[in-house]
Design a protein around this ligand. Structure first.
Ligand SMILES: Cc1cc2nc3c(=O)[nH]c(=O)nc-3n(C[C@H](O)[C@H](O)[C@H](O)COP(=O)(O)OP(=O)(O)OC[C@H]3O[C@@H](n4cnc5c(N)ncnc54)[C@H](O)[C@@H]3O)c2cc1C
Length: 491
C-alpha cells in the first residue's frame, strides 16, 4: 500500500490505496486527445510548466461532491466493502446543494408519477437516518438541522384550493398522511400568514426539513471515517477532464483530472449536477457513444434573514404556484429547450431553520451558468413574501440587508421533471445520477441506493424502471445520427 500523493494538500484527502497499475495489464486509452494512451500520463500544457499526474486506484470513482455524489459514496461505503473516491472541480456544496432550502417533502410530488416511489423511498431513508442519529443519543436537529415541521402547500384561488383538495385525496389514497385546511384553519396554524377566504392548503404533517450544509458536512464526516480503512478519498479542486478506457473494451477504467488520474476498477459515476450533460459530452467525445442528457442549469435565489424574530413560521410553507410552474415547464419543455431562455418565476416559500433563520424563496430562472446575485430577483422574492406575511411589508429590505444572506444555486433541471439515474448503455460501468432539479436533497438517499444497487448488481427495485438512462431518446449513434434503442438492456 502506498499513500496517494497530492499536488496540493488542501485539495486532497486520500486514503492509502494500492499503487496503480494498468488494470489487468491492458493499455488504457484516454478519451481526451491531450493525454497519451498509457497510464504514465505526463501532461504538458502549452507553457513550460510540467505537471506529472498522480495516480490512484479505487473501486468506484464518483464525480461530483454535491448531495447526490456524497450520498452515493456514503451508500457504497456503508453497504459494501468497496473503496470510493469523490472528485470535484471545487468543494462540497459548491453546486446547487449549498443553496438548498432543505425541504424533504412529499406535498409537491404527485402520487403515481415517475418519481413518486423514489420520493417515498427517499423520504423514508431520511427518516431512518434521523432516527439512527437519535439512536446514537444525538439530536438530529443539531446534527443535520432536522425539523419535522410538516408542510403547507398553499392555494390562493378557488381553483387552486379545489386542486389541493383533490391532491389531499390522492395522498390519502397513497397512504400518505394529509389534510386539507380551509383558509381559517390555515391562519390558525400560521398566525402571521394572511390569505383570502378562497385560499386553502394541503397539510402533510410528516414532511420535514434539514440544513443542506450541515447534512453534507455530516455525510462527509461519515465518509471520512473510512479513510483509515483505506476505503475513501477526496479529490477536491480537481475538475474531471476525461475518461480512461481500455482499448477495444466497453469498460471505463477511471478518470483524469487536471492533477490526478484516478482508476475506478468497478465503476465511475457522474453526479455533476447541472454540469453533467456538458461533462458527459466532453467525456464521450472521442467515442461513438452519444448520450444526450438535456440537463440544464435553473438558477435559484433564496433570501436568508439571520436570527429573525419578526415572523413566526411554524411549518414549511410553499405556494402552489411553485408546483404549477414546475409542471408547466415540464409540459412545454423539450430536449431542445434553449439554455439561455430567461423565464423568471417567483413563488413564495418560507421556513425557519434550526438556527432561527428565516429562509424565503424562491426564484427559478434559465440564465445559463450565471450564478451572480440579481438584486431585482431578491426584491421580488421579498415583495411576494410580503403578500403572504403583511408584517414584512413594514420592513424595508435595505434595513435587513446587513443581517441577511443570499443563497444562489443552479438546479439541475430536466425537461420532464425526472432525474436521469442509471448505466450509460454501450459502457458496462459508467453511471449517471443527475437532473434532480428542485428535489435533489429530498431524492438523494433513494438515488444513492438505486445507483449502488446497480453497481453491485443487486436485484433491481421496481421503482427504478421509470428513471434509468436506458430510454432511447437520450442516446444516439454519433456516426449515423440514428437513435438506438436500449430499452431492454437491463442492469
Ligand atoms: C434555491 C434552491 C433551493 C432548493 N431547495 C431544495 C429543497 O428544499 N429540497 C430539495 O430536495 N432540493 C432543493 N433544491 C435542489 C437541490 O439543491 C439540488 O437538486 C441538489 O443539490 C442537486 O445535487 P447534485 O449533487 O446533483 O448537484 P450539485 O450540488 O450541483 O453538485 C454537483 C457537483 O459537481 C461538481 N462538478 C461539476 N463539473 C465537474 C467536473 N468537470 N469535475 C468534477 N466535479 C464537477 C460541482 O463542482 C458540484 O460540486 C434547491 C436548489 C436551489 C438552487
Amino acid at each position: 500500500m502506498i499513500a496517494a500523493s497530492a499536488t496540493s494538500s488542501s485539495s486532497v484527502v486520500a486514503a492509502s490505496f494500492p499503487a496503480s497499475k494498468p488494470s489487468r495489464g491492458r493499455p488504457l486509452h484516454s478519451f481526451s486527445p491531450s493525454f497519451p494512451s498509457f497510464l504514465n500520463i505526463r501532461r504538458r500544457p502549452s507553457s513550460s510548466l510540467h505537471i506529472v499526474a498522480a495516480h490512484h486506484s479505487v473501486d468506484v470513482v464518483v464525480v461530483g461532491a454535491g448531495v447526490i455524489g456524497l450520498t452515493i459514496a456514503r451508500q457504497l461505503l456503508t453497504s459494501s466493502d468497496l473503496s470510493v473516491a469523490v472528485v470535484d472541480k471545487a468543494v462540497p456544496c459548491a453546486g446547487a446543494t449549498g443553496a438548498g432550502q432543505g425541504y424533504i417533502w412529499m406535498s409537491h410530488k404527485t402520487p403515481g408519477t415517475d418519481i413518486w416511489e423514489l420520493s417515498v423511498r427517499s423520504q423514508g431513508l431520511w427518516e431512518q437516518l434521523a432516527d439512527s442519529i437519535c439512536g446514537e443519543g444525538l439530536d438530529p436537529a443539531d446534527v443535520i438541522g432536522w425539523k419535522k415541521t410538516g408542510s403547507l402547500l398553499i392555494g390562493n384561488t378557488i381553483e387552486e384550493s379545489i386542486i389541493l383538495q383533490q391532491r389531499v385525496k390522492q395522498f390519502v389514497e397513497a397512504s400518505v398522511a394529509a389534510e386539507y385546511l380551509s383558509s381559517d384553519d390555515l391562519m390558525l396554524e400560521e398566525p402571521d400568514l394572511t390569505v383570502s377566504k378562497e385560499s386553502g392548503a394541503a397539510f402533510l404533517p410528516n414532511d420535514s426539513q434539514l440544513d443542506a450544509k450541515q447534512t453534507v458536512a455530516f455525510i462527509q464526516k461519515g465518509n471520512r471515517n473510512f479513510i483509515s480503512q483505506g476505503r475513501y478519498a477526496e479529490f477536491f479542486h480537481n475538475p474531471v477532464k476525461s475518461l480512461l478506457r481500455s482499448v477495444g473494451k466497453s469498460e471505463v477504467e477511471g478518470i483524469v483530472t487536471t492533477k490526478h488520474t484516478v482508476l475506478g476498477k468497478k465503476a465511475v459515476v457522474v453526479a455533476a449536477g447541472c454540469w453533467s450533460g456538458l461533462l458527459m459530452d466532453e467525456l464521450l467525445k472521442e467515442t461513438d457513444i452519444g448520450v444526450d442528457i438535456p440537463v440544464k442549469p435553473r438558477k435559484g435565489h433564496l433570501l436568508v434573514l439571520e436570527n429573525c424574530d419578526v415572523l413566526q413560521v411554524n411549518h414549511g410553507l410553499m405556494e402552489v404556484g411553485y408546483v404549477n410552474h414546475q409542471r408547466a415547464k415540464a409540459d412545454i419543455g423539450t430536449i431542445s429547450d434553449p439554455v439561455n431562455d430567461d423565464q423568471l418565476s417567483i413563488s413564495m416559500t418560507a421556513t425557519i431553520d434550526v438556527h432561527g433563520n428565516l429562509v424565503l424563496g424562491s426564484s427559478r430562472q434559465f440564465v445559463g451558468f450565471c450564478d451572480k446575485v440579481d438584486k431585482s430577483v431578491i426584491d421580488r422574492i421579498w415583495k411576494r413574501a410580503g403578500e403572504f406575511f403583511p408584517k414584512l411589508k413594514d420592513i424595508n429590505l435595505d434595513e435587513v440587508d446587513k443581517n441577511s444572506e443570499v443563497r444562489i444555486g443552479l438546479r439541475p433541471y430536466m425537461p420532464e421533471g425526472k432525474p436521469v439515474i442509471g448505466l450509460v448503455p454501450g459502457l458496462s460501468n459508467l453511471f449517471v445520477a443527475a437532473g434532480h432539479e428542485g428535489s435533489g436533497l429530498c431524492l438523494a438517499l433513494g438515488t444513492a441506493e438505486m445507483i449502488v444497487d446497480m453497481i453491485l448488481r443487486n436485484p433491481a427495485k421496481h421503482y427504478i424502471c421509470h428513471l434509468i438512462l436506458e430510454e432511447s431518446r437520450y442516446l444516439f449513434s454519433k456516426s449515423s445520427g440514428i437513435l438506438r434503442s436500449y430499452n431492454n438492456a437491463s442492469v
